[in-house]
Design a protein around this ligand. Structure first.
Ligand code: PMP
Length: 347
């Protein structure tokens, strides 16, 4: 078990010393009827006012829904912001390194590059299982972050609890489990075990199952100590007032979201079943997400042909272990029917 002191040691020295920035809305939080403290306009309600910098209303609602405490939550402009800020908190440019397997979500590397941090990658095993020992072998004293996307983009599989637990225990740094696709998975979320691991960060997002990619809202769940560092390095008003109000409303529509997920899962099964009957399909990888990875005879030729008939999928041919693979998002029934008709014509 890692201690709070160890986590503190991994924080960049300048960030450890940093005092949180104090904005007008932070300094006074009591009741008042006249607000003349933040150089806001008195016109154009409600957009004229700065939003709550720590988004307490949303966090309380979210905490109740996901079984955590409000001070275990950071809200970001997509989970992409939560990924980037982890580098800001823990990594020193030119010194620290981050580790991930490949293939996986591209932003882990992009954020490493932006922050001047060495990025070490280890290929997944041929059956897409987790290379636990190899990940531990590439780690050294300067390794601060280990990214585990589960269910993984683009392979679609989720990793066994025992493998992840081993990494949480034996990796001397922060383990980030990216659960962007968890609502489509049969695996339980790691949120239930958040309190057991002070070095665990769980990422989730409103962009997938919650149908709100355009809104840009993601979250990181971690110990209050680690969330305290997020609050120190984030922009004071990173989540706008309209987005906070939108989130409160959306969280009340959880039943509707469940129906969307069920429809997507039903569509995924129907599509996978149909796909495996097509001669051009070599392999349909099992999926725990709202997409499927499909190996075909010539992925680039098929990709180009689909574009010609107005259907865009993702060509992943150039990615490690994904030669001749397309990643296909599960849409509504009529969209999947259009794709299916096109595939039959191509054959
Ligand atoms: N993690 C994974 C695994 C993703 O696939 C994506 C988006 N494709 C994200 C995070 C980013 O999500 P957001 O829209 O919340 O930034």
């Amino acid at each position: 078990m890692k201690t709070q002191e160890q986590i503190e040691q991994w924080v960049r020295p300048n960030i450890r010393r940093l005092k949180p920035y104090s904005s007008a809305r932070n300094e006074f939080s009591g009741e008042a009827s006249v607000w003349l403290d933040a150089n806001e306009s008195p016109f154009n309600e409600p957009y004229n006012r700065y939003p709550d910098p720590l988004q307490w209303a949303v966090k309380h609602r979210l905490a109740k829904q996901r079984g955590v405490c409000p001070d275990q939550i950071f809200l970001g402009v997509g989970s992409d912001e939560a990924i980037d800020l982890l580098y800001r908190i823990f990594c020193e440019p030119g010194k620290s390194n981050a580790i991930a397997f490949t293939p996986t979500y591209g932003m882990y590397r992009v954020c490493a590059d932006i922050n001047g941090v060495e990025y070490r990658e280890v290929p997944l095993q041929a059956d897409f299982s987790l290379p636990v020992e190899a990940l531990l072998r590439v780690a050294d004293r300067e390794s601060r972050l280990l990214f585990l996307c589960s269910p993984n983009n683009p392979t679609g599989n989720a990793f066994p609890e025992a493998d992840i637990e081993r990494l949480l225990t034996d990796f001397d740094g922060i383990v980030v489990i990216d659960e962007a696709y968890i609502d489509f998975s049969s695996h339980p979320s790691w949120l239930a075990r958040l309190n057991e691991f002070p070095n665990l960060v769980v990422l989730q997002t409103f962009s997938k199952a919650w149908g709100s990619a355009g809104v840009r809202l993601g979250m990181a769940f971690a110990s209050p100590l680690l969330i305290g560092y997020y609050n120190k390095v984030k922009y004071p008003y990173n989540i706008s007032g309209p987005v906070q109000r939108y989130a409160l409303d959306l969280l009340d529509r959880a039943d509707e979201v469940c129906r969307w997920v069920e429809e997507t899962l039903a569509e995924r099964s129907r599509f996978v079943e149909r796909l495996s009957t097509l001669p051009l399909v070599r392999r349909v990888y099992p999926s725990e997400a709202n997409f499927v990875l499909v190996r075909v005879e010539d992925a680039t030729a098929l990709y180009n042909w689909l574009v010609e008939v107005g259907i865009v999928v993702r060509n992943r041919s150039s990615v490690t272990l994904c030669d001749d693979c397309l990643r296909i998002t599960i849409g509504k029934a009529d969209e999947m029917d259009s794709l299916w008709e096109a595939l039959c014509r191509y054959n």
